[in-house]
Design a protein around this ligand. Structure first.
Ligand code: FES
Length: 97
């Protein structure tokens, strides 16, 4: 598990964090924070470098979009989901994993 500060997460700006050796993409949207695997399920691209829209992140390499809540691939060319990770928020403390 890792701890982040809610106040240091910028709205709709994905960051990459290391969770026990695995790269995780973390996104804040309003009072919610989402954590999904950083590696796109289509090829070797880092999702945290992609654009965030409401509830989704778009892979910068070929444009597949993933649901931030479920990890589901919602647009091609990706079809497999990416893993999601539990997030809890307590005050300014965000715990991922
Ligand atoms: S690597 Fe992400 S859509 Fe191709």
């Amino acid at each position: 598990m890792i701890e982040l500060k809610l106040s240091e997460l910028n709205e709709n700006k994905a960051i990459k964090v290391d969770l026990d050796g695995t790269d995780i993409c973390v996104v804040r949207q309003g009072s919610e924070v989402f954590a999904i695997a950083d590696l796109c399920s289509h090829a070797e691209a880092s999702l945290s470098e992609g654009d965030v829209t409401t509830g989704r992140i778009e892979c910068w390499l070929h444009g597949a979009e993933f649901d931030l809540r479920t990890g589901e691939a919602v647009t091609p060319p990706a079809s497999a989901p990416v893993e999601t990770y539990p997030v809890s928020i307590e005050g300014d403390t965000v715990r991922v994993g």
